[in-house]
Design a binder for this molecule. Structure first.
Ligand SMILES: Nc1ncnc2c1ncn2[C@@H]1O[C@H](COP(=O)(O)OP(=O)(O)OP(=O)(O)O)[C@@H](O)[C@H]1O
Ligand SMILES: O=C(O)[C@H](O)COP(=O)(O)O
Length: 400
């Protein structure tokens, strides 16, 4: 892959595909880790006299403008971090984008509105995606891919656009790939993978591959309930991917056959309601055994026995890769499982990699020193799919 150093950027319009998909509370950014992570690439381009156009998705709007997913707060925060004014286009390829880009002087930066306000960005139809990529390409002379968190998406700005412009990888992508590559080549064993989070269907597929690579797989968060169901337990109103139950059964059987330890929660915190993440009003969860979740309750965190069990399972690890919070950590009553696993990683002598926008945010929001971990990846799904050995569209497109 070419790097920024291989591009002549002075005076050129450089399109930087970043991942500014940060957690928001209204318009307030609750964790700006992903913005800070890409800022050095942007600063380097500024210093070299480029006209920098930054683009990203935020959340999953449905292909049309939706103010709740505006990138305006992220643009403002990027300006604070860079210490310079950052222009903001209120659309992505329309009148505002064209005039903001036309007004850029060398060394200036603009952020475009959310790429996913356009249906072409995420379309499965090559022609529709291509047409949107053509519109994006008209805005720029060069392309820098640095949105590591989105490289697993075959989206217009990630996959089609770099095929239309001279391109290179940004410094964040280069650094992420360097660390994750080590985990695929010479991993120190026992290799423990801890998985949680809410993007259940994305991550179940990953387990299929990890069974071939890991020595131990610990499952928590929203992921756990489909496995508990596969083991014949009722999961009440917990997050469940019913259609994946047969696949989970197959994974459990294959793990056993291969001697991979597959560890599921033995107890969980439950409640009849999802907690109020705004007011953080006390949720008063109950603790139940994982095989005794009441029909009207949902599991929202791993319980105290599971926390101890998972800590013991990482204590002698050589390498730990952790993706996805163990519970709804945004509420203090359900942050304990995620906290316990983060602490267990720090207490372990293992090389520890934390992957995922939400996992990384959780580590910081719960007060851990992020530099104490081996590596904090900005990619959740992206880092998992990289470890699976998949060809990632956003990396493949940067390769030639
Ligand atoms: N038991 C649960 N039920 C419902 N939601 C849960 C549960 N456990 C964790 N979550 C939620 O999962 C979300 C994070 O999941 P996600 O899969 O997005 O994590 P990530 O991999 O770190 O991030 P990303 O893939 O977006 O980079 C959090 O908002 C958390 O509240
Ligand atoms: O949060 C992430 O994992 C990335 O920003 C990708 O987001 P997506 O899962 O909505 O494509």
């Amino acid at each position: 892959m070419k790097t920024i150093d291989d591009l002549q950027v002075a005076g050129q319009r450089v399109f930087v595909r970043a991942d500014l998909n940060v957690p928001l509370d209204g318009t307030a950014i609750t964790d700006d880790g992903r913005i800070r992570a890409v800022a050095p690439t942007i600063a380097k381009l500024v210093e070299r006299g480029a006209k920098v156009i930054v683009a990203s998705h935020l959340g999953r709007p449905k292909g049309a403008p939706d103010p709740a997913f505006s990138l305006a707060p992220a643009a403002a925060r990027l300006g604070d971090i860079l210490g310079q004014d950052v222009a903001f286009a209120t659309d992505t390829v329309g009148e505002s984008a064209r005039s903001v880009v036309a007004g850029l002087a060398d060394g200036q930066v603009a952020v475009l509105e959310n790429l996913r306000f356009n249906a072409g960005e995420t379309s499965k139809d090559d022609a529709e995606r291509g047409a949107f990529a053509d519109q994006l390409a008209a805005l720029a002379d060069l392309y820098v891919g640095d949105g590591f968190g989105a490289v697993h998406r075959k989206h217009a700005s990630v996959f089609d656009l770099p095929q239309r412009l001279p391109h290179a990888a940004g410094d964040l992508i280069a650094a992420e790939v360097a660390v994750l590559k080590k985990l695929t080549e010479d991993v120190k064993r026992p290799y423990v993978v801890a998985l949680g989070g809410a993007k259940v269907s994305d991550k179940l597929a990953v387990i299929d591959q990890l069974i071939e690579k890991a020595d131990r797989i610990l499952v928590g968060g929203g992921m756990a309930y489909t496995f508990l169901k596969a083991k014949g337990h009722e999961v009440g109103i917990s997050l469940l991917q019913e259609d994946q139950v047969p696949a989970c059964l197959e994974y459990l059987a294959r793990a056993e056959k291969r001697g991979v330890e597959f560890v599921l929660p033995v107890d969980v915190l439950v409640s009849a309601e999802f907690p109020d993440l705004k007011t953080k009003a006390p949720a008063n969860p109950g603790t139940v055994a994982a095989d005794a979740i009441p029909a009207d309750k949902e599991g929202l965190d791993i319980g105290p026995k599971t926390r101890e069990l998972y800590a013991a399972k990482v204590a002698d690890a050589g390498t730990v890769f952790w993706n996805g919070p163990m519970g709804v950590f945004e509420h203090p009553d359900y942050a304990g499982g995620t906290k316990a696993v983060a602490q267990a990683l720090l207490d372990s002598p293992a090389f520890t990699v934390v992957g995922g926008g939400d996992s990384a945010a959780a580590v910081r929001l719960l007060g851990f020193d992020e530099t104490a971990f081996g590596h904090i990846s900005t990619g959740g799904g992206a880092s998992l799919e990289y470890l699976e050995g998949k060809t990632l569209p956003g990396l493949a497109a940067l390769e030639d």
